[in-house]
Write a protein that binds this ligand. Structure first.
Ligand code: HCS
Length: 151
């Protein structure tokens, strides 16, 4: 067993896209952080390119918080196949799916990427609104598959 939950996941056995609970941490006062693996791309078969992944991160980070005040973070995986979303005190998988669905629908409606400038972002040149929309569109088209993690 390795320390990182994902290192114990057999990436050859999963079937993207899916949304999977990847960890729960409880604090000393009973607050709970839940971490979900949102997998957009089949591991080692496909991946998102960086500008599109980066713009989708900005949009999911910004828009998801209009649908929930429980979001702690949405950040990309280095393998470029998905994101982690961490929430606090929100133990409702179906509602997480709803938040993701609403957020991706917002992405399709967006006319610009929020905060893609050198003041607000660390690599403002690396963005693609249209690329991010393509990823969101493909993910939404497979909404009925999100709950199935393994083939
Ligand atoms: N992933 C961050 C935004 C970084 S630009 C967040 O808060 O969700």
């Amino acid at each position: 067993e390795m320390n990182v939950e994902s290192f114990n996941l057999d990436h050859t056995k999963v079937k993207a896209p899916y949304v999977r609970l990847a960890g729960v941490k409880e604090g000393t006062n009973g607050d709970k952080i839940l971490k979900y693996d949102i997998r957009f791309c089949q591991p080692n078969k496909e991946h998102m390119d960086m500008p599109a992944l980066h713009s989708l991160e900005h949009m999911m980070a910004e828009f998801s918080r209009n649908h929930s005040d429980k979001i702690v973070d949405i950040s990309p995986m280095g393998c470029q196949t998905g994101y982690y979303i961490a929430v606090i005190n929100h133990d409702d998988y179906e509602d997480i799916l709803t938040i993701i669905e609403k957020t991706l629908k917002d992405v399709l409606e967006a006319t610009e990427v929020p905060a893609c400038n050198e003041v607000q972002c660390g690599w403002a040149a690396s963005h693609s609104l249209e690329g991010a929309k393509d990823i969101a569109r493909n993910m939404l088209a497979k909404r009925n598959e999100w709950t199935e993690v393994f083939a």
